[in-house]
Structures are given as C-alpha cells and as structure tokens.
Design a protein around this ligand. Structure first.
Ligand code: PLP
Length: 356
C-alpha cells in the first residue's frame, strides 16, 4: 500500500515490522487474548490502517478511548471485538450498540442509563479501580455492581479489568494482588469472564490473566526484540550560505560561529514537531547528525550543516534510522521533557502516513 508523497514531510510506518512486533508479543503472552489499544490515532501511526493490519495479523481485540475511534474502525471494516476503555456518556449508548462496540461499566449510574436505553444485549467489561484512581468502580463495591448488572438483564458482562498506575514496582504488585483477590469472589468465578490488567510494562512483570493490553511495545518500544515501525521524515526545502555572526530564525537565538551552510526543513510545531527542540534537537541528513539552528517555526526550521554538501531534496530523518545513525524517540522525548507516548500522539493530520 504505497502512496505517493506530495507533502514535504511525512511519517513512514513499516507494517512488516509492526507485524513482527505483534508476533514477538504474541509469543511472550502465550495463550492470553491480545487486545491492542489503538487510541489517539494508534499512537500516531494511523487508526484505520493499524486497526486493519492488527486484525489481519491475528490480534483478538482492539481498545479505543472513545466512541468515535470505535466507529472509525468499524467504518474501516474492522470486524474483531473493540473495547471502548474510556468512560461513556448517556448520549453515546445508541451508537455504541449500533456499531457493536464493547464498553466499560464503571459505576451504577452508568449501568442504569445504559439499561434505560439499551434494547437487546450490551457486551460490557466491568472496570475496577485498584489504585489508578481514574475510572473504575472501587474493589469494595465491584461485587455489588456485578450483581446489579446481572439483575438488569440487558448486560452481557464479558470481562472484568483494571489498569496499573505504576510500572513494575511494589505498588503495581499491590494492585495485581488486590485485583486477584477480587477475582476469587464467587460472583466473578461463576461465569467465564475475560480478566485483564496488563499494559506493555505489565506484561513484562506479571503472568498473563485471560487478556493483555500492550500497546507501546507493539509499536516497537520495549523489550522482547521489538523495533519501532515509525519514522518521521522530511526533505530539505532550501539552502543558503550564511556569514559568521549572523542570527538564525525568530529571536536570533542561534548565532553562527563561522561562515556556514544553513538548510531549511519544512516541518514545524504546526505539524507537532515540538518547539522545545529549538537549538537542542538533531536531524539526520545523508547519514549524519546535524544540530537544529534557532527556534522551530510553525512550518519549518533550520539546520546548520557546516561545510557539508547538502542539497535541496535530500531526505531528512527526524525520528528513526538513516544509514547507520538513529534518532531515538526517547531522545526526542527527553529533550521535550516528556514521555515517548506524548511525542507519538502529537503529530497531526498535516503529516501523511505512508505505509510500507
Ligand atoms: C493506553 C492503554 C493501554 C496501553 O498502554 P501501553 O503502556 O501503551 O501498553 C492499556 N490499557 C489501558 C486502559 C489504556 O488506556
């Protein structure tokens, strides 16, 4: 599925690598069901394409944050179960059912409004808060809510789940234990529920329950031999020679130390390439690292290439590999004082996704 790139900057997604990652995670999780959360445009990789590819590669479930993401996947022809992880609103119930989306029930109030609107059966997962304190019913009231769901008849409770607040430490151990203690209650053992809690970090630290929800590692960030399938690219759009002592870009925060060549790269914070990388980040051109010179503008920024012969049209790699050099996602995230997740999801629709 190669498409021609007319836009000066784009994201390449290597679907072959994505499939390899799925295979590696699959091997690790054994018999557990594989739910791939694809929220936030599949961590920036493209919701529809990743959803379809994951389905084709044998992933069992997709996870989304909101109704709209689930509808997009159904419209893209995805048939496997989709679980809406985020809390739902009353006015979404009809569409959730219409699009065969499974969703989370995390309070009696939500159960009641669903029951009022739902004709037929709704497939739901009971969400339990074991320490994240975001959404989910407290463990202590989970039994009561489960009874209530059974009484209401419209619910087909297919799963029960929780979510870790931390990564492989004593607290996540505590969460795991309190979840397992709850699961020992007869009401949760009487019927076969899909029990799930682990995200990417969770699958590295805990034995699988019935299902896992590892996303970041499926996109290639983590252990198990996975590799990223995401490369951010652009092409040099302009070139000039600048004398010693000249300021570059808004505010002249970069001043040339000698006569040098400055090239322009047509991507900026308007695409999601963070301004925090001004004078700090690097890019790859012709297999070599060069520093960003001056502040990043909305649509472009400059790079100091010294005396090197770089030409208009040369490919620029901003995240990913070029020849034997690599700019890691973690390097960009650290420079921006954030986590890799945030960097991946912030690239917007101005950047076309190209699938290899
Ligand atoms: C996003 C999300 C995940 C996936 O987390 P990773 O750290 O990317 O594996 C799992 N579960 C829930 C509820 C999520 O919101």
């Amino acid at each position: 599925m190669k498409s021609r790139v007319a836009h000066p900057s784009w994201i390449e997604v290597d679907l072959g690598q994505f499939r390899k990652n799925i295979g590696l995670v699959r091997e690790h999780i054994g018999k557990a069901l594989y739910c791939l959360p694809v929220k936030a445009n599949a961590y920036g990789h493209g919701l529809k394409e990743i959803g379809r590819e994951a389905e084709a590669a044998g992933v069992d479930y997709l996870g989304v944050a909101h109704l709209q993401e689930g509808i997009e996947l159904r419209d893209a022809g995805v048939k496997i179960p989709i679980l809406v992880l985020g809390a739902i609103h009353e006015d979404q119930v009809d569409e959730l059912i219409e699009h065969r989306l499974e969703f989370s029930i995390s309070s009696k109030m939500k159960a009641d409004f669903v029951a009022r609107r739902c004709q037929g059966k709704c497939r739901v997962h009971l969400e339990v808060d074991t320490g994240m304190h975001r959404t989910g019913v407290r463990s202590s009231t989970a039994i009561e809510l489960m009874r209530h769901l059974r009484d209401l008849k419209v619910f087909d409770v297919v799963g029960i789940y929780s979510h870790f607040a931390t990564s492989g430490d004593a607290f996540s151990q505590k969460q795991m234990e309190s979840f397992q203690t709850l699961l020992e209650e007869p009401i949760f053992k009487e019927q076969q529920l899909i029990r799930h809690i682990a995200n990417s970090s969770g699958i590295m630290h805990f034995r699988e329950l019935d299902m896992v929800r590892p996303s970041l590692i499926t996109f290639g960030y983590g252990q198990l031999g996975v590799a990223p399938c995401f490369t951010l690219k652009s092409k040099v759009s302009y070139f000039k020679v600048v004398e010693k002592g000249e300021g570059i870009s808004y505010g002249h925060t970069y001043v040339t130390k000698k006569k040098t060549r400055i090239v322009t790269v047509p991507i900026g914070y308007g695409d999601g390439y963070r301004r925090a990388l001004s004078n700090r980040g690097h890019v790859l051109i012709r297999g070599k690292r060069y520093p960003i010179a001056g502040t990043i503008c909305m649509d472009q920024f400059m790079v100091d290439v010294g005396d090197d012969a770089i030409f208009v049209g040369d490919e620029v790699v901003l995240i990913g590999k070029q020849v034997s050099e690599e700019i890691l996602l973690t390097e960009i995230a650290e420079l921006c004082q954030t986590i890799p997740y945030e960097i991946l999801c912030q690239f917007n629709s101005r950047l076309p996704r190209v699938y290899l």
